[in-house]
Design a protein around this ligand. Sequence first.
Ligand code: F3S
Length: 79
Amino acid sequence: MPRVIQGKRSMSGKLKIHVDQDKCQGHARCKALAPELFELDEFGNAHEAGDGSVPADLEDKAWLAKSNCPEIAIEITEV
Ligand code: F3S
């Protein structure tokens, strides 16, 4: 079971993002801040790109997107 990281960056590991569809309201800040990691559907709601895996050089953007989502809809797990 992947561990959900609540606070800021803990340790360096392989990260995965997930957008909680019950929480996402389509603010699209995630897409603006990390376009490589998110895709918007026809309603403007975000989904993680691909399987949500975060390339090492995009980890900072993943954290940035998470901290800027007004609905706290973005989860980051360490896998
Ligand atoms: Fe949704 Fe938050 Fe992005 S509300 S569109 S996950 S900024």
